[in-house]
Design a protein around this ligand. Structure first.
Ligand SMILES: Nc1ncnc2c1ncn2[C@@H]1O[C@H](COP(=O)(O)OP(=O)(O)O)[C@@H](O)[C@H]1O
Ligand SMILES: [Mg+2]
Length: 208
């Protein structure tokens, strides 16, 4: 079963975008910034958010995930990969092999999705043996868990996502886009989520 964003849930989530309840409240200059803060209230919401993000990603894009164990990096990755036609069940933390490669569906040109987990890496020099050049070659999508362990080996242009625990099921996700292309992705995602929020608001108003 694939998760979808429940309007009420996304509405709630969206109330946290930049601290503004609606798009109207958001100053112009903030709408143009390259960062975004969201609250996820369940694992389903995190996977759904990954799907939303995945829909805007293209081959060559690099997503860096920064978060402690159990924050939801792998579940966010499940959503991203699902948007490229990969079965969520196939996506798990590549803790022992360090890199999993999934094949995207035909609509995504059967491109590789490199899912990297650097939790167990001892030194960044090990990245060479791991096939780091392939991972960052740009032919596919690259998602890196524990990106901080590859400090100095990461592309300048990337979409970084920091996840923090707020409660047993609550997570804060902070997106930070570095470079023109990642900014485009982030703005597309923001617009996507704001459309949802506006729709939910209309529904609420109609229900009053
Ligand atoms: N809002 C949430 N988002 C993501 N995971 C959540 C959330 N709430 C609870 N969880 C649970 O937290 C765990 C996250 O695991 P995982 O995605 O493997 O984390 P990581 O890859 O960061 O170590 C899962 O057991 C999941 O069910
Ligand atoms: Mg993980």
């Amino acid at each position: 079963m694939h998760a979808t964003i429940v309007p009420q849930a996304s509405h709630t989530t969206l109330q946290h975008v930049g601290g503004y309840a609606t798009m109207r409240d958001m100053p112009e200059e903030h709408a143009a910034t390259a960062s975004l803060e969201l609250i996820s209230r369940s694992v389903v919401e995190t996977v759904a958010l990954g799907r939303r993000l995945g829909a805007w990603l293209q081959p060559g894009d690099v997503v860096l995930l920064y978060a402690p164990l159990g924050a939801g990096k792998t579940h966010l990755t499940k959503g991203i990969a699902a948007a490229w036609g990969v079965d969520e069940a196939e996506v798990s933390s590549p803790t022992f092999v360090l890199v999993n490669v999934y094949e995207a569906d035909r609509a995504h040109g059967r491109r590789p999705i490199y899912h990297v987990d650097l939790y167990r890496i001892d030194a960044p020099e090990q990245l060479v043996a791991l096939g780091w050049d392939d991972v960052l070659a740009g032919d596919g999508l690259t998602i890196i868990e524990w990106a901080e362990r590859a400090e100095g080996w990461l592309p300048r242009e990337h979409l970084a996502i920091h996840i923090a625990h707020l409660g047993p099921e609550q997570r804060q996700l902070r997106f930070c886009a570095q470079g023109a292309r990642p900014r485009q992705v982030l703005e597309a995602l923001r617009a996507d989520l704001l459309r949802d929020a506006a729709r939910a608001e209309q529904q609420d108003a109609a229900g009053d």
